[in-house]
Design a binder for this molecule. Structure first.
Ligand code: ADP
Ligand code: MG
Length: 322
C-alpha cells in the first residue's frame, strides 16, 4: 500500500510549467503564487462528495475532470483566467487503480487550461474531492452578480438540460435509448467550463453566473444581488439536442431547473449585442438571447406569444426540505 507521501509524489507532484504563475508548487508548507501586477486574484472552492454529487463507483478519470471543471466554471463566470489550484482529497484507501485515472483526468484538464496543481491535503476518509482554484482578472473587470441593470439583455451559452436528462436516465426516472444516453452523458460527467467565453466577455457583459443548480435559481442570484427582475421567454431557451427530443413540458422544466449545465448566464446592454456575438464567435461558444432585465423584482416566464407561463420544478438546493 502507498504511503500518503508516496501517493502525493507519484500522482500529484510535477515540475512547474515554464510560464507558471506559481513560483513554488507541491512540497512545502505553502505554494507561492505571483499574480501579474495590477491584476486581482479570483478564488473559488467547490467540493464533490460521493453519494451526493456522484455515485459510488463513478469513473475516476471523469471524476477528476469534473472536479476541476466545476471550479474552472466559477472562474469563467467571473471573467477570470485560470492560474493554479489546490486539491484536498479524502480517500477510503490509497487505491492506485483509482488514483492513476483520477490524476490523469484531472491533470489533462488542468494542462489544457494552463492551470497548475500547486498543493493540497490528503487524508483517509469517505471519498471527497475539494478543489480551490485561483485565477486572475484586471481590476474592475470581474463579471459580478450585482452588475445587471434594467433594460439589459439576458444571454446563455451553449445548451441546457442534457445533463439533467442523463441523470434522470441513470436514476431510472425515465428510459433513454442507449445512443441518446451516450450523447447526453458527457454533459453530466465531463462538463466543459466556458473559460474562453468568460474572458471574451470582459468589458462586454454586465453580470454573469455559471449555471450549476439550474437557470431559474442561478439567474435568481443575479436578480437578487442586482436588485432587479427579469422576463425570460421560455421557448427561446436552447434545449440540449437530446432533451430537445423529449416532451415539451420536460424541455421547459429541465432548461429552467435542470442543474449541472455549467453554462454561463450573463447580461449585457442591448447596444452590446454585436460585441456579445463577437465574443461568442471568438471563443467558439454559441450564445442565445433569452430575455431581458427589468426593474420589477422576480422572474417572469412567458411563451413565444408573450403569455405568462409556469413550470413545476424548482432549482436544486442541498438543504431544501423535500
Ligand atoms: P502539511 O503537513 O504542511 O499540511 P502535507 O504533509 O499535508 O503538508 O502535504 C505535503 C505537501 O504535499 C504540501 O506541499 C501539500 O500542499 C501537498 N499535497 C498534499 N496533498 C496533496 C494533493 N492531494 N494534491 C496536491 N498536493 C498535495
Ligand atoms: Mg496537510
Amino acid at each position: 500500500m502507498l504511503s500518503e507521501f508516496d501517493l502525493i509524489a507519484r500522482y500529484f507532484t510535477r515540475p512547474l510549467q515554464p510560464r507558471s504563475a506559481a513560483t513554488l508548487g507541491v512540497g512545502d508548507d505553502c505554494a507561492l503564487l505571483a499574480p501579474a501586477p495590477g491584476l486581482q486574484l479570483a478564488i473559488s472552492t467547490d467540493m464533490l462528495v460521493e453519494g451526493r454529487h456522484f455515485y459510488a463507483g463513478a469513473d475516476p478519470a471523469l471524476l477528476g475532470h469534473k472536479s476541476l471543471a466545476v471550479n474552472l466554471s466559477d472562474l469563467a463566470a467571473m471573467g477570470a483566467k485560470p492560474l493554479a489550484f489546490t486539491l484536498a482529497l479524502a480517500l477510503p484507501a490509497a487505491d492506485e487503480a483509482w488514483l492513476a485515472p483520477f490524476a490523469q483526468g484531472l491533470l489533462a484538464l488542468a494542462d489544457s487550461y494552463g492551470c497548475e496543481l500547486v498543493g493540497g491535503d490528503t487524508t483517509r476518509g469517505p471519498l471527497t474531492i475539494s478543489i480551490t482554484v485561483f485565477g486572475e482578472v484586471p481590476q474592475a473587470q470581474a463579471l459580478r452578480r450585482s452588475a445587471a441593470s434594467p433594460g439589459d439583455d439576458i444571454w446563455v451559452s451553449g445548451t441546457l438540460g442534457d445533463a439533467r436528462l442523463a441523470l434522470a436516465s441513470l436514476a431510472g426516472e425515465l428510459t433513454l435509448d442507449a445512443a441518446s444516453l451516450a450523447a447526453a452523458a458527457p454533459r453530466l460527467h465531463a462538463p466543459t467550463p466556458r473559460v474562453a467565453l468568460g474572458l471574451a466577455l470582459r468589458g462586454v457583459a454586465g453580470a454573469a453566473i455559471d449555471i450549476s443548480d439550474g437557470l431559474a435559481g442561478d439567474l435568481g442570484h443575479i436578480l437578487e444581488q442586482s436588485g432587479v427582475g427579469a422576463t425570460v421567454e421560455i421557448d427561446a431557451l436552447p434545449a440540449g439536442p437530446m432533451l430537445a427530443c423529449q416532451r415539451p413540458d420536460l424541455q421547459r422544466a429541465w432548461c429552467m431547473a435542470g442543474g449541472d449545465d455549467y453554462e454561463l448566464c450573463f447580461t449585457a446592454a442591448p447596444g452590446r449585442r454585436d460585441a456579445v456575438l463577437e465574443a461568442a464567435r471568438a471563443s467558439g461558444t454559441p450564445v442565445t438571447r433569452i430575455g431581458a432585465i427589468d426593474a420589477v423584482p422576480g422572474l417572469r416566464l412567458v411563451d413565444a406569444a408573450g403569455q405568462p407561463c409556469r413550470i413545476s420544478q424548482a432549482s436544486f438546493d442541498h438543504f431544501a426540505t423535500p
